[in-house]
Design a protein around this ligand. Structure first.
Ligand code: CAA
Length: 257
């Protein structure tokens, strides 16, 4: 399939999606949205892929939703199209998605990174929710997800002042899982994706589902859910294989069954 705004490739068992609108710093317009979701769906359906990396350029992961596309829209246009709701389809992807962020991740770019399962940042990354400077506010989940990531005080600071935070601050406050030298970002993200893809896919997907459940429910319900899915993994051959391999001091040979 030919894409206009993204590059799609595979590296071993990792799928790689690169946002590719360099002249607009990867601003997220409706074509990008459609193409990213289509590429994710294809990787989700591909048995040879175990994890996905979403990245941008060295200068910008994405500098936000496309301001020029939104500029002339009316309230009724936005409401009727349920603008940005299409991105919710990303939440249906059950394989892990790692955001590899170099440069600007602003507005919708920061929000897209937060829709991924975790963020690895280059040491040149800059995160922000500058929508307030445009007379609006986050619309792709920033006010909700950023608050869950970094807490109320810092989320308020970011949304109300529109300032950017650097990679070190993003790591300190838990927005990103790790910071690596910018030149090594893609390799590190792909290495993490390949590592994940080497495990048993059902356990990978259930780990992802269980951690996400922590954001949607009470502790009691979350613990009950975790225990149930933990028990269910004993229905898979891969549990037998993983534990046998440990006992026999050899690497496991997972067969995703
Ligand atoms: N939408 C559309 N075009 C964008 C864009 C965006 N979000 N961000 C950058 N561009 C375009 C610029 O218009 C420029 O295009 P032209 O060459 O045709 O003028 C090109 O990308 C390069 O940008 P700059 O010349 O501005 O590059 P810079 O290095 O001087 O500055 C920047 C970089 C600080 C990131 C600056 O581009 C910027 O502030 N961008 C906008 C950031 C922003 O406000 N993002 C939030 C968008 S709204 C949103 O995301 C809503 C939501 O909740 C989802």
């Amino acid at each position: 399939m030919a894409y206009e705004t993204i590059l799609v490739e595979t590296r071993g068992k990792a799928g790689l999606i690169t946002l590719n609108r360099p002249k607009a710093l990867n601003a997220l317009n409706s074509v990008v949205q459609k193409e990213v979701l289509a590429a994710l769906d294809r990787f989700e359906a591909d048995d040879n892929i175990g994890a996905i990396v979403l990245t941008g350029s060295e200068k910008a992961f994405a500098a936000g939703a496309d301001i020029k596309e939104m500029q002339e829209k009316s309230y009724i246009d936005m409401y009727k199209a349920d603008f940005f709701a299409g991105w919710d389809a990303m939440l249906r992807i059950r394989k892990p998605i790692i955001a590899a962020v170099s440069g600007y991740a602003l507005g919708g770019g920061c929000e897209l990174a937060m829709m991924c399962d975790f963020i690895i940042a280059g040491d040149n990354a800059k995160f922000g929710q500058p929508e307030i400077t445009l007379g609006v506010m986050p619309g792709m989940g920033g006010s909700q997800r950023l608050t869950r990531f970094v807490g109320k005080s810092k989320a308020m600071d970011m949304c109300l002042t529109g300032r950017m935070m650097d990679a070190a601050e993003a790591e300190r406050c838990g927005l990103v899982s790790r910071v690596v030298p910018a030149a090594e970002l893609l390799d590190e993200a792909l290495k993490a994706a390949e590592k994940i893809a080497s495990f048993s896919l059902p356990s990978v997907m259930m780990n992802k589902e269980a951690v996400n459940r922590a954001y949607e429910t009470t502790l009691t319900e979350g613990l009950r859910f975790e225990r149930r899915v933990f028990h269910s993994l004993f229905a898979f051959d891969d549990q037998k294989e993983g534990m046998a391999a440990f006992s026999e001091k050899r690497p496991p040979n997972f067969r995703n069954r």
